[in-house]
Design a protein around this ligand. Structure first.
Ligand code: 4NP
Length: 172
């Protein structure tokens, strides 16, 4: 069941320890700063089961903390029920996107799924899925990858909130 009178936002990546908890924590940080937390329920999930129960990756957490953002999440796997619990499901890359859509239950569910970077003001592209860039997976790379991911989180989460606040009558 959806929570009544709140907008449900779910961020989805592969492992739910790097990108999606960073997006969840960053979006929540911006929402809290604007004193809008009563309007939202915010969560994240992974398409894979590898890291269920783990906290965010230490490198992801460290980069966020340097920017004043605290990440607290216990990794979980995306399930079919998430379609009825969230208004918007935001995927980090094309693989997550395909995996989420592959377990969709209705056409209406699929309409709630978008790539996160459709809201990235630096790419300013919306519409076709293949045209929206991925949030690159930093897990197997160096520290600069984690900084780059957090830069994407900061600007895209801010733009996402602005979009929601000006379009929220479109949320079912
Ligand atoms: P995430 O990153 O999808 O951003 O959480 C990954 C975390 C773990 C793995 C891959 C990506 N892994 O293969 O364990």
């Amino acid at each position: 069941m959806k929570e009544i009178n709140t907008i449900g936002i779910l961020f989805v990546c592969l492992g739910n320890i790097c990108r999606s908890p960073a997006a969840e924590g960053t979006f929540r940080h911006i929402v809290n700063a604007k004193k809008l937390s009563h309007l939202f329920h915010i969560d994240s999930a992974g398409t894979a089961a590898y890291h269920i129960g783990e906290g965010p990756n230490s490198r992801t957490r460290g980069v966020a903390e340097k920017r004043g953002i605290r990440l607290e999440h216990s990794a979980r796997q995306f399930t079919r029920e998430d379609f009825s619990r969230f208004d918007l499901i935001l995927t980090m890359d094309d693989l997550n996107h395909r995996d989420v859509l592959s377990i969709k239950s209705t056409v209406e569910d699929a309409k709630r799924v978008m790539k996160f970077r459709a809201f990235d003001p630096d790419t300013a592209i919306s519409g076709h899925i293949p045209d929206v860039p991925d949030v690159p997976d930093p897990y197997f790379g160096g520290p600069e990858g984690f900084e780059h991911v957090q830069d994407i989180m900061d600007r895209t989460s801010a733009a996402l909130l602005e979009w929601i606040l000006s379009n929220n009558s479109r949320m079912g």
